[in-house]
Design a protein around this ligand. Structure first.
Ligand SMILES: Cc1cc2nc3c(=O)[nH]c(=O)nc-3n(C[C@H](O)[C@H](O)[C@H](O)COP(=O)(O)OP(=O)(O)OC[C@H]3O[C@@H](n4cnc5c(N)ncnc54)[C@H](O)[C@@H]3O)c2cc1C
Length: 461
């Protein structure tokens, strides 16, 4: 038993050391947990007065939540070179999830502090609250608390506010930077570790500034680098009533893997924060040209007509983990694209065609109408030239074209389309809107496919 465990741990470490590209989710989770827990262990070792179990537990959560707040800034910054923070898709999922927990915990924080006083001494809770609110020492904490609650709600209900995503993001980042500074001020004023003098407070301030430095780097320093490596727009072409095919020319040295995405800005200055994430639809073989399929959705994507060939494009990337692995020994490839989710999926399919992959490959491609289906001629060509490739078109609305399935890509659709592939030993690549990806992943749970063989990208953060 001990030997099996040791071998497993060794295998785990070997895999981590060997991996050259993106760390796995398990590793990222472990490292993020360690980053939150190690400082706590260090602080817990200090010879503090024992104030009882309740205070210890609350103090543990206070510290861990404060540390996770510090972590949100590097998680949300686009840090390609720092391995721990390089998986931006995973980071954004965790950032959204952790943000809600941090918000909920700190909302309850004053109550958790006052509760024992109230329960044990029978003191009047309303008096304790008034005392706390009027105490000058707690002013920064109270402002941070109110701002945090408002900003968390502003993040959760961002789609309900009539402002652009770029403006929302600027306010979101600036607001939480202020919250972090105020929260650090608060703990260095009233935190129980203050008794160890200024050293611990200095460490908190250093951690606060380090965390904010990641955001400052992303928004103020990185654009200077991006402006020196600007790409050029080659062409823009309308390929359906609401989809555009955009081609840009990369600077020498740019590399990527099929299935990845970049942040694009077509503004005049690289410092303009209006960068949008788009998946690369072409393969590395077509470099220096890169192509994107962009569906009109809001202000920016509806203004693509105004782009002019030859203009500068700023590109931050590549990012993303939905790529083909050279070690993939699975027996079949299942590609599932919903709507403009075809963008990275066609990149993967083109790569499989370029390498003459002999495995069964199935593409399940869903849209509202058949008229929104893109690359149909190329898909017919692949069906005729690849060894074992089939496309299954799925339309939500009735279609005059004989589509494979009418409805959403659901369990029945998947069951029919995957009858002739060895599902248990397949790799699945899935891309679409957040709702589509969530529902299809739920449906995939009814098939004997291991979660580690399902790679997905959702087209919103
Ligand atoms: C990893 C990833 C890959 C994507 N690939 C493609 C693609 O290949 N083709 C395609 O058509 N679309 C893709 N998208 C979606 C695309 O980024 C949005 O449709 C686009 O940014 C919308 O901008 P807008 O101003 O037109 O619309 P808005 O009305 O401003 O935004 C609509 C929604 O898009 C999202 N969004 C808007 N701006 C940003 C931004 N700067 N950063 C992050 N999210 C934003 C928000 O969820 C917002 O609610 C991708 C998204 C992600 C996260």
């Amino acid at each position: 038993m001990a030997r099996v465990l040791t071998n497993r741990i060794l295998a785990f470490f070997t895999q981590f050391i060997k991996q050259k590209s993106y760390p796995t989710q398990a590793w990222l989770t472990l490292q993020v947990c360690l980053l939150m827990l190690i400082p706590y262990v260090f602080l817990a070792l200090l010879p503090m007065d024992n104030k009882g179990l309740y205070v210890e537990i609350v103090s543990f959560f206070n510290l861990v939540m404060m540390l996770s707040m510090l972590l949100q800034f590097p998680l949300a910054a686009r840090l390609k070179r720092t391995k721990l923070f390089s998986r931006i898709d995973w980071n954004m999922q965790q950032h959204k999830r952790m943000g809600k927990w941090i918000g909920a915990f700190f909302f309850l924080h004053p109550l958790l502090i006052l509760l024992p006083k109230w329960l044990l001494s029978g003191a009047d809770l309303s008096l304790s609250i008034i005392e706390s609110i009027t105490s000058p020492r707690l002013l920064t904490g109270i402002i941070a608390w109110v701002l945090l609650a408002v900003w968390v709600l502003f993040s959760i209900y961002k789609n309900k506010f009539p402002i652009s995503y770029a403006k929302w993001k600027l306010l979101h980042t600036a607001g939480f930077m202020v919250v972090l500074i105020l929260a650090t001020w608060h703990i260095t004023q009233v935190g129980s570790h203050g008794q160890f003098g200024q050293y611990i407070n200095l460490v908190w301030w250093l951690a606060c500034f380090l965390s904010l430095a990641f955001t400052v780097y992303g928004n103020a320093l990185k654009p200077s680098r991006l402006s020196k490596q600007a790409f050029t727009l080659v062409s823009r072409e309308k390929v359906s009533f609401n989809d555009w095919l955009i081609t840009i020319k990369a600077k020498p040295g740019f590399t990527f893997q099929a299935g990845q995405f970049v942040w694009l800005s077509t503004q005049k200055s690289a410092y303009d924060l209006d960068y949008h994430p788009f998946s690369i639809a072409s393969t590395p073989r077509s470099l220096p040209n890169l192509s994107f399929v962009i569906r009109e959705l809001g202000d920016y994507t509806r203004s693509l007509e105004q782009l002019t060939p030859g203009q500068t494009v700023f590109v931050d990337g590549p990012y993303g983990n939905m790529t083909l692995s050279s070690n993939d020994t699975n027996n079949a490839i299942i590609l599932i694209a919903n709507g403009v989710g075809i963008a990275p999926i066609i990149g993967l399919l083109r790569t499989l065609a370029e390498t003459n992959d002999p495995r069964p490959i199935r593409l399940i491609y869903g849209n509202r109408n058949y008229s929104q289906m893109l690359f149909t001629e190329e898909l017919v060509h692949f069906e005729n030239t690849m060894k074992n490739f089939k496309t299954h078109y799925v339309c939500y609305l009735p279609s005059t074209f004989p589509v494979y399935y009418q409805g959403f890509i659901d369990r029945d659709c998947l069951r029919n389309a995957l009858q002739d592939v060895p599902i248990e030993t397949s790799s699945v690549y899935l891309c679409g809107s957040e709702v589509a990806v969530k529902n299809i992943r739920k449906d995939l749970k009814h098939f004997p496919i291991a979660a580690r063989n399902i790679y997905f990208e959702q087209l919103s953060f």
